[in-house]
Design a protein around this ligand. Structure first.
Ligand SMILES: Cc1ncc(C[n+]2csc(CCOP(=O)(O)OP(=O)(O)O)c2C)c(N)n1
Length: 564
């Protein structure tokens, strides 16, 4: 039987096991919307297309599966670009379907025409313009395959309106074969042996784990290597949760610009750095020429182009992290019996504990004022590490990363690479849709939350009881911090004291709102808010000019930390 393009698309989604699509309609995709009620795919109507793409991304990060978003042509498509770039920089699998004007009008400046394939070429892993309905099923199959495999990422499929009306027999391919795309997932045996030999010889080894460990689901292998061989672990913002944040011996916390003193000192002094699924971004390395100066650097990454990009690596291992760490585990299992790992790194681990004692991750608490770190600590205490934590961008994000004990992967969702304000709340909606019974909290700044607050209506309509905790400092805090430290306190354009009444705003949408102005109320209000079965905003008035420490000034060496 022949089906229309719109029907074929929805059938493909069913075949891919997609249970939810986040979207916003328009003329170019109305044929798809016309068919949605006839298929098993749920559609969640957002209030802005940026909300749709971040929600799809949040769904993908929380589940480890692929997120899907559907929008119309022109402004609908361009409204997703920030979210596409966000997913691209963090290697998150999402498939974006955009409507396009009918083929005969393409290139004619038709109403609501943009070249979205051209616009997104630099920020998608791959993209397609479907020219013939008979290609549609194959393209959708490829899109999902490319988004998920190798180094994951966003894939966009642009759908001209007339193609959605054309008919073709539906035939979903079983397999994908693309001559030009064959990610290398198996590690080279010789390289694995070499790395095993290096681990065996190392006296001061350190694991630097990134988002690739989370997305390849290789946290078990990582944990084995660290715990059995007694190798301390630090991670990027994206890697949080791969290693349990409550291991007080081997876990050093995040490294880099706002990393812990012990993590940054360990990087500087280690003799072997095992980087897994991380890309040495500048927020992590500080001054490149002084990064890990005494270490042999091993880099495990499925994307060969990320190797040697920023830092010169001694031993590359191009493979999926799960395959590579699994192979290393096997090699090391054989060696473990002949070595006394328990004693081997004793001095190194003692040195690390000493650094931790000298400069623990801390802040100057106050009897009266509410410190933002105190709020995050309370959130952590109340949720016992069992909530999915999302963040916006800025100081709120760094405090969340520093003071939340993330114990499992896929539990800390944040825009690491692009640093997109407005990411956290819609991402939280995606995560909450994936896990209706989990507590999902967006730790927010008063600036960021205003970027996508319209999605509160989506939360209320769809009964997604996300909790937003605003660390309200009345500033675009992170920029203000830079102005304070490096621009002689010239607080130009960072004061945000003209604000909506967040409690009334929540109520206007049909959600609940609380305001906290006294330290002694923080805990009880958070508990009350988290217990409610509806979306909530908690507006906490925190100390206005609090800074995030430690801080490595941009371009400085990791050892040049400003401390509390
Ligand atoms: C879309 C976007 N615009 C601008 C920035 C630059 N920026 C980074 S952090 C920040 C301040 C964020 O302020 P707020 O959300 O209030 O959080 P705080 O730092 O106070 O916790 C800004 C403006 C950004 N990251 N994203």
């Amino acid at each position: 039987m022949e089906l229309t393009g719109a029907q074929i698309l929805l059938k493909c989604l069913e075949k891919e096991g997609v249970d939810v699509v986040f979207g916003f309609p328009g003329g170019a995709v109305i044929d798809i919307y016309d068919e949605i009620p006839n298929f098993s795919v749920e559609h969640i109507l957002v209030r802005h297309e940026q909300g749709a793409i971040h929600a799809a991304d949040g769904y993908a990060r929380a589940t480890g599966d692929t997120g899907v978003c559907l929008v119309t042509s022109g402004p609908g498509a361009t409204n997703t670009v920030t979210g596409i770039a966000t997913a691209y920089l963090d290697s998150i699998p999402v498939v974006i379907f955009t409507g396009q004007v009918p083929r005969p009008l393409i290139g004619n400046d038709a109403f609501q025409e943009v070249d979205i394939v051209g616009i997104t070429r630099p920020c998608t892993k791959h993209n397609y313009l479907v020219q013939d309905v008979c290609d549609l099923a194959r393209i959708v199959k490829q899109a999902f395959y490319i988004a998920r495999s190798g180094r994951p990422g966003p894939v966009l499929v642009d759908l001209p309106k007339d193609v959605l009306n054309q008919k073709c027999r539906f035939d979903y391919p079983e397999k994908v074969s693309m001559r030009s795309y064959n990610p290398n997932v198996k590690p080279h045996v010789g390289q694995v042996r070499k790395v095993a030999g290096l681990i065996r010889k190392a006296e001061r080894p350190l694991i630097y784990s990134g988002g690739g460990v989370v997305s390849s689901k290789s946290h078990e292998e990582l944990r084995w290597l660290a715990q059995e061989l007694r190798i301390p672990v630090t991670s990027t913002l994206m890697g949080l949760g791969a290693y349990p944040g409550d291991d007080e011996e081997l876990w050093l916390g995040m490294l880099g610009m706002h990393g812990t003193y012990s993590a940054n000192m360990a990087i500087h002094n280690c003799d072997l750095l095992l980087a897994a699924g991380a890309r040495f971004d500048d927020r992590v390395t500080g001054k490149i020429s002084e990064f890990a100066p005494h270490a042999t650097i091993v880099h495990i990454d499925v994307d060969p182009t990320s190797i040697q990009k920023n830092v010169s690596v001694h031993v590359p291992l191009v493979a999926d992290c799960k395959e590579a760490l699994g192979a290393l585990q096997k090699e090391m299992q054989a060696l473990r019996d002949e070595m006394d790992w328990e004693r081997k790194h004793e001095q190194w681990l003692a040195q690390i504990q000493e650094w931790r004692r000298m400069h623990p991750l801390t802040y100057l608490d106050d009897e009266e004022k509410i410190k933002p770190q105190y709020v995050v600590e309370k959130i952590d205490e109340i949720t016992k590490g069992e909530a999915i934590i999302c963040t916006e961008v800025g100081q709120n994000q760094m405090w969340a990363a520093q003071f939340c004990t993330v114990k499992e992967p896929n539990m800390f969702l944040t825009s690491g690479g692009l640093g997109t304000m407005g990411y956290g709340f819609p991402a939280a909606l995606g995560a909450q849709r994936a896990f209706p019974d989990k507590l999902v909290i967006d730790i927010a700044g008063d600036g960021s939350i205003q970027m996508n607050i319209q999605e509160m209506m989506t939360a209320v309509c769809n009964k997604l009881p996300v909790k937003i905790v605003i660390l309200n400092n009345g500033y675009l805090g992170m920029v203000r911090q830079w102005q304070e430290l490096f621009y002689e306190k010239n607080y130009c354009a960072t004061c945000m004291d003209a604000q909506p009444d967040f409690v009334k705003l929540a109520e206007a949408y049909g959600a609940a709102g609380f305001r906290v102005t006294r330290k002694q109320d923080v805990q009880s209000v958070l508990e009350e808010a988290f217990a409610l079965d509806k979306p909530v905003i908690v507006d906490v008035r925190v100390e206005q000019e609090e800074n995030v420490y430690p801080m490595v000034p941009a371009g400085a060496s990791l050892t040049e930390m400003l401390l509390v």
